[in-house]
Each structure stands twice: as structure tokens, then as C-alpha cells.
Write a protein that binds this ligand. Structure first.
Ligand code: HQG
Length: 173
């Protein structure tokens, strides 16, 4: 498949499976799944194209299980991914940009329009996340300390760490 079509289909799938299933006439199940056949029909793509998008996706954004598919993370619609609680590494990273720092250092990291705060296991990944918005600023999150203090973490199938709020006291700039 042409790279251009691949990227276009991937973006459309992200939109439908994370944010706006109604735009394709679909409804997500409570844990974010839709039938593969319904998605193919709604987006006018073939099964081979879908498999290519899923397998070739740079961030492994989608998971297929049996005859259903969902986004691994990043939702703004209400879903319960039902991921198990996991023990995080001692530190995790968050990539952002300078203009958000005053608010972040006052309120901590908030999920904003998404379900959870997204944290990266490596500084490099956080750098890429921040760079989507400009010159990246990397925050270090003392996740081990948060875990010891009773905060819950989950990790998505594609390795993104999720938590509901990181108070500013656990952040270093
Ligand atoms: C910032 C992409 C003000 C936060 C990426 C971020 C990631 C605050 C923005 C995934 C704040 C939210 C998620 C506060 C946080 N006040 N701003 N208290 N707390 N922010 O896109 O983490 O390509 O919802 O720093 O690669 O940037 O879509 O989150 O800048 O993995 O798969 O508010 O999305 O993945 O932005 O990115 P986002 P994010 P995909």
C-alpha cells in the first residue's frame, strides 16, 4: 500500500477508535472493541490493508484479538481498557512544551482531554511526544515513589504508562 494511504487510514482509525466512533457510524464496546468487519465496512478498507496498518504502525496503536480491534491507548471517549495494575519503574518521563510548565508545576500532570496521563518509559520517547508541539521539555516522574504512596499505574499493550494524575511534588524538571 502507498505510504500516504497507510498514514491516512491509520489516522482515521485513531480518530474512530479513540475519539469519534460516531463519525464512522460505529459504537465502541465498553472496553473499546469493535468488530473488525464493521470497521472495514465503515472505513472502506480491505482486511489486508487493515492488517498492514496494524502491523506496520510505528507505535503499535491498535490491537486485534479474534474478530475485534481496539486502540491500545489514547482514548478521549469513555472506555475501560481493563488493564491490570502494574508496578512502574522508579522513574518515568513526560514530554511537553515550555508554555504548559507553569500550569503543570502548579497542578501536576492532568489527563486533559484524554482518559489518563501518558508517561513514557524512556527519555527518547518522551522527547518525541513533546516534539509534536514544539521544542520538547522533558519532565521526570518519580513513579516508584508514587507507587509506594498508593498511586495506581497501568501499562498499555504498546508500552505507554498510564495514571490518572501526577501531583507536582513527584515531578522534576
Ligand atoms: C499537557 C500521542 C496544562 C501535557 C503521544 C500535554 C502520546 C497540561 C497536553 C499520547 C497539564 C495534553 C499522549 C496541566 C498536562 N496544565 N497542560 N496541568 N497536564 N498538560 O496529547 O501526553 O500519536 O493529551 O503535557 O505520542 O502529549 O496519539 O497528551 O502536552 O503517547 O498515539 O497537556 O498521544 O500518541 O496532550 O500525548 P495530549 P500527550 P499518539
Amino acid at each position: 500500500m502507498q505510504q500516504e494511504r497507510l498514514v491516512r487510514l491509520s489516522k482515521r482509525m485513531s480518530r474512530v477508535l479513540r475519539h469519534d466512533p460516531a463519525s464512522a457510524g460505529l459504537t465502541l464496546g465498553p472496553q473499546g472493541w469493535v468488530a473488525v468487519d464493521d470497521l472495514l465496512a465503515a472505513l472502506g478498507m480491505s482486511r489486508d490493508e487493515l492488517l498492514e496498518v496494524v502491523a506496520g504502525n510505528d507505535k503499535q496503536r491498535f490491537a486485534i484479538e479474534g474478530d475485534r480491534i481496539r486502540a491500545n491507548q489514547g482514548h478521549s471517549v469513555s472506555v475501560d481498557l481493563d488493564l491490570p495494575i502494574a508496578e512502574p519503574p522508579a522513574v518515568l518521563f513526560h514530554g511537553t512544551v515550555a508554555k504548559f510548565l507553569p500550569d503543570i508545576l502548579a497542578d501536576g500532570l492532568r489527563p486533559m482531554s484524554r482518559h489518563d496521563v501518558h508517561l513514557s518509559a524512556t527519555r527518547e520517547t518522551a522527547h518525541r511526544v513533546g516534539a509534536r508541539r514544539g521544542k520538547p521539555v522533558i519532565l521526570t516522574v518519580r513513579a516508584g515513589e508514587m507507587h509506594a504512596d498508593g498511586y495506581e499505574f497501568r501499562v498499555s499493550a504498546n508500552g505507554v504508562w498510564l495514571t490518572s494524575h501526577v501531583p507536582a511534588g513527584y515531578l522534576s524538571h
